[in-house]
Ligand binder design. Structure first.
Ligand code: 3HC
Ligand code: NAI
Length: 653
């Protein structure tokens, strides 16, 4: 088999090229090829060496598919030591993304150049890992301790320009990277530039208290995660120990992370996320419709956020509301959201203005005559939605995709209100829609393949993680939430307090416990929905008696200042004895004997309720695969990525 790494002499420069699609990951074959090439270059006519990659990117990291399997020699740290020890000057030429082990390879070179469009960084922490091939030791030597900690603990890549400012890149290249890198290597030799090994640099001075302070701040943000804490210890080792000893510390901490269930869960999510975009039975070459403009119906909580998601990706949006007043209200919320992003430094003023300018409004459906896609986001009223789809059928051009953001309604029934059900699909965004990454794409019985393929591709363009769901009440995520909510109510009646339920779930890793979620969403929504149901449809009163009592006492959740908790003016919750009394009364009325409920029982019963429903969803073919359900819960419901999602967690148990 031919090697993915080639080596050739170009004048007096040895050029090592990695060509291992799709992302030049450091598989065994790539490591072996790099070792052979660097060894060859030591004894040929070359005077300097350039490492460059073919395709869309520089090396994007270690090959994650090899993790968890026995490691084959050469190991990456040893390979990088060999590159750094080269007796000939080594230049790394970066385009695309130099990530993780890829950036570590670049740091083992003696000089680094990059295209301005390139990005570099250490995403390992998002896999529950730390850089394991010298990244924690070389980065602080070049960029200082603070910059190294920020870069490695955040996992977010930075632009080549920022990396240059930090001392991690030496030269920016305009034009042809290969030609310029070879030319620069020649200049370095001609100028007698020294072989500059990162490992031999001295870590710049820093405050003695920096590590302890950083650790404390990080612990608050990353509750219970091993990798961030280990990163701080590894960088501290760089600052306090000779290079070889620091490398040994890094290796030990890296292996600790690699062997953890946290990293196993996060690696599962990495592949699950990429798998979710693949649709069983849909050919890869399925044609896609062009989506150059979008209409949104309803400028409320969801419509505004959905409009921003499209505008942020450069797609113009027309928003329809029922009145000028409602339209202005919707547009001004969007404006406030953009202003907030600018204030928090998330968006430049120019970019915010450009996005805002892409959103226009109207009270006339005729404004949707030419749009390629419509997303309906009006009240959750099935009759209203059907009426609107009937109007869309008469207004929209042939081939326009008609999507509904409904949380629960039957997409097939909505599609039947049109003469073109094949163009109808569900696009279920999550609140706040411009921030939450999840998009459930609901495939109706008659949804055309090209409509589905188009919406999945569009999701990627607007930076959402899309999961396909079949039609059922609540689709994947909200359907699983129902038994979860019922179990939470039973736990209260049996003896747990709202704060015990929440703190047990939050300590386990959920972003927010169920009671706080109910209070945030508003208890009146479920109450009103229940009013329309018969006793039989409502089911066991134990699952809703307490929230009914709360609403009837005027406690609608955060918005009314009280729900399962009492809230102060800053919406900070505190336990409320009045709620404990209500729960005790409800338990007595319903004949539930109260007892001590342990935190372990709370976690086990709540997670099992999700998993049991997840299995039904799989059996019915509503979800394509169990890892899709994990993605829904990680990106839509604050499930901890380090647990790998409910289905992965259940498998591990
Ligand atoms: N190992 C193995 N496969 C990888 C990979 C990696 N590091 N990175 C990407 N892939 C695969 C994906 O699974 C996907 O496969 P598929 O087509 O079969 O689904 C394919 O490459 C394309 O990936 P994307 O769909 O993500 O492509 P994009 O163009 O959207 O993004 C990217 C490219 C920014 C490089 C993105 O793939 C990415 O972020 N990759 C992961 C980078 C990473 O985490 N690196 C660190 C690894 S850990 C490490 O290096 C440890 C070291 O310190 C010892
Ligand atoms: P909302 O009440 O905040 O907004 C609905 C908007 O639709 C209002 O501004 C209203 O004026 C407008 N509207 C009503 N009739 C209209 C018509 N005929 N033409 C144009 N506009 C009209 O509601 P929200 O929360 O934004 O929900 C909208 C939809 O999104 C619902 O189907 C809901 O189930 C779904 N959804 C809501 C989520 C949430 O967390 N709020 C999450 C995901 C989906």
């Amino acid at each position: 088999m031919s090697s993915p790494v080639s080596y050739e002499l170009e004048g007096n420069i040895g050029v090592i090229s990695v060509d291992s699609p799709p992302v030049n990951a450091l598989s065994h074959a790539v490591r072996q090829g790099l070792l052979e090439a660097i060894t060859t270059a030591q004894s040929d006519a070359s005077e300097a060496i350039v490492i460059i990659c073919a395709g869309r990117t520089f090396i994007a990291g270690a090959d994650i598919t090899e993790f968890g399997k026995p490691m084959q020699s050469p190991w990456l740290p040893e390979l990088l030591d060999t590159i750094e020890a080269s007796s000939k000057l080594v230049v790394a030429a970066i385009h695309g993304t130099a990530l993780g082990g890829g950036f570590e390879t670049a740091l083992a070179a003696h000089y680094r150049c990059a295209l301005p469009s390139a990005k570099v960084g250490f995403p390992e922490v998002k896999l529950g890992l730390l850089p394991g091939a010298g990244g924690t030791q070389r980065t602080p030597r070049l960029a200082g301790v603070q910059a190294a900690l920020d870069l490695i603990t955040s996992g977010a890549p930075i632009s080549a320009g920022l990396a240059e400012k930090a001392g991690l890149i030496d030269k920016m290249i305009d034009g042809d990277l290969r030609e310029a890198a070879i030319g620069w290597a020649g200049e370095l030799i001609a100028d007698g530039a020294p072989i500059r090994r990162s490992s031999e640099q001295v870590v710049p001075e820093h405050e003695a208290t920096l590590f302890d302070e950083y650790r404390a701040g990080l612990a608050r943000r990353t509750r219970g995660q091993i990798a961030p804490a280990n990163i701080v210890s590894a960088v501290e080792a760089a600052a306090t120990l000779p290079f070889e000893e620091g490398m040994a510390v890094e290796r030990k901490l890296f292996m600790e992370c690699m062997d953890s269930s946290q990293s196993a869960g996060m690696r599962h999510i990495f592949f699950a996320e990429r798998q979710a975009s693949k649709i069983d039975g849909l050919a890869k070459e399925t044609p896609k419709r062009a989506v150059a403009s979008v209409g949104i119906i309803g400028g409320g909580t969801m419509g505004g956020g959905i409009a921003m998601s499209f505008a942020n990706a450069g797609i113009p949006v027309t928003m329809i509301e029922i009145s000028d007043e409602a339209l202005q209200r919707g547009l001004s919320i969007i404006e406030r959201n953009y202003a907030g992003s600018v204030k928090r430094g998330k968006l430049s003023e120019e970019k915010a203005a450009a996005c805002r300018a892409l959103i226009s409004g109207s009270v006339d459906y005729a404004a949707l005559a030419d749009v390629d896609l419509v997303v309906e986001a009006v009240f959750e009223d099935p009759d209203l939605k059907k009426k609107i789809f009937g109007w869309l059928d008469t207004v929209c051009k042939p081939g326009a995709i008609l999507a509904t953001n409904t949380s629960y309604q039957d997409v097939d029934e909505i599609a039947a209100a049109t003469s073109r059900p094949e163009d109808v699909i569900g696009m279920h965004f999550f609140s706040p829609a411009h921030i939450m990454k999840l998009l459930e794409v609901v495939r109706g019985e008659k949804t055309a393949d090209d409509v589905l393929a188009t919406v999945m591709a569009l999701a990627k363009k607007i930076r959402k993680v899309a999961v396909v769901s079949g039609v059922c009440y609540g689709f994947i995520g909200n359907r699983m939430l129902r038994p979860y909510a019922k179990t939470a109510q039973l736990l209260l009646l049996e003896g747990a307090s709202p704060q015990q339920v929440d703190s047990a779930m939050e300590a386990w890793g959920m972003a927010m416990g169920p009671m706080r979620v109910f209070d945030l969403a508003g208890l009146d929504i479920g109450y009103t929905a229940r009013k329309a149901l018969s006793d039989e449809q409502k089911g066991d009163p134990k699952s809703y008696r307490v929230p009914d009592l709360l609403v009837e006492a005027g406690r609608l959740g955060q918005k009314s200042g009280a729900g399962f908790y009492a809230y102060d003016d800053n919406r900070r919750p505190s336990p409320d004895p009045a709620v404990d009394e209500m729960i005790a009364t409800a338990a007595a009325d319903l004949g539930v004997e109260r007892r001590e409920v342990s935190d372990e029982e709370i976690v086990e019963r709540l997670i099992s309720s999700l998993v049991d429903e997840g299995h039904k969803i799989l059996d019915e073919g509503i979800a394509q695969r169990s890892s899709d359900i994990d993605i829904v819960y990680i990106y839509g419901y604050g499930f901890p990525a380090s647990r790998g999602g409910p289905m992965f967690y259940a498998d591990q148990q």
